[in-house]
Design a binder for this molecule. Structure first.
Ligand code: AMP
Ligand code: FE
Ligand code: FE
Ligand code: ZN
Length: 278
């Protein structure tokens, strides 16, 4: 009765399609999964359809990147209404920003004398939510690096010659978007960048949960965030941050899970929030 609540698909920078993710979740015996692609909900509907056929509960989700005073943090939106206009408008804006940013990065790669094109990167991405992993794949195809890690280390990682920063929301805006779309907002992998230092501001904006369990967290961090969540009455979530089975160094689907009770907490919170609005 466990759930993996942090999963990427081909709708953003994952390499398994939503249906494949559901199929793998079924084989693993998971009860529920959440599809949490970067800046898009395009993978949600196909995952829901596959989930209905195979009796896997799919929680609608999204992962939004935000920045505050130089600190990058990610917010997960669970149980969102994917047809909500505020959400849809913001996601199309963010996807437009992603495209123009990757085009600037392609230009920088070309300036280094490497023959890559925007069309190639978009063809790899296939989705609207194009990101650096897609450009990394094109760099491998061009023969200038052997793997994605090398692409990040040599060309596209922070501070590297072809790096261009991505547009990021204010964290309060990210929470507002999720909450207005009827969702439940959760601070993703707070151990990265000590994002929990902004907890007061985030909770005032309506943050409802903390991703206590994540592959990047040590046991000590799990304990720390578990206690923090308990202290503040935040929902405890977790997931593998799976990006597809093709990744040599990536996390396996279901490698981090939480009890199904987390999904129940999310649903309870959603109805509590939405009842309060009416
Ligand atoms: P972007 O959103 O375009 O800036 O790309 C960020 C994504 O790249 C993350 O969500 C990860 O999936 C991936 N990523 C970030 N750093 C690395 C790295 N060092 N090696 C491999 N993948 C990475
Ligand atoms: Fe990613
Ligand atoms: Fe993240
Ligand atoms: Zn993620």
């Amino acid at each position: 009765m466990s759930a993996d609540l942090h999963i990427h698909t081909t709708a953003s920078d994952g390499t398994d399609g939503p249906e494949e993710v559901v199929c793998r979740a079924k084989i693993l015996g998971l009860k529920a999964i959440a599809v949490t692609d970067h800046d898009t909900v395009d993978g949600v509907e196909p995952a829901l359809a596959a989930g209905r056929l195979s009796d896997i509960e799919v929680v609608t989700g999204v992962e939004l990147g935000a920045q505050y005073l130089g600190k990058e943090l990610h917010l997960l939106g669970y149980s969102i209404d994917t047809d909500n206009h505020i959400l849809k408008d913001k996601l199309s804006f963010l996807i437009g920003e992603r495209k123009s940013r990757i085009f600037k990065m392609v230009q920088k790669v070309q300036n280094l004398g490497i023959p890559v094109s925007c069309e190639e990167v978009l063809a790899v991405s296939r989705s609207g939510s194009v990101g650096r992993p897609h450009l990394a794949t094109v760099l491998i195809k061009a023969g200038v690096v052997n793997n994605i890690t090398e692409a990040f280390n040599k060309y596209i990682g922070f501070g590297c010659p072809a790096y261009v920063p991505r547009y990021k929301l204010h964290p309060v805006e990210a929470i507002n978007i999720i909450n207005k779309a009827g969702g439940v907002s959760v601070l993703a992998h707070p151990g990265q960048n000590n994002a929990h230092e902004l907890l007061d501001m985030l909770m005032n904006a309506g943050l409802a949960g903390l991703e206590v369990y994540h592959p990047a967290h040590s046991r000590e961090q799990e304990y720390f965030y578990f206690s923090l969540a308990r202290e503040h009455g935040l929902i405890i979530t977790g997931g593998s941050d799976y990006h597809g089975h093709g990744h040599k160094t990536g996390n396996h689907l279901g490698s981090v899970t939480v009890p199904y009770g987390s999904v129940k907490e999310i649903v309870k919170k959603k109805w509590y929030n939405n009842g309060r609005k009416t």
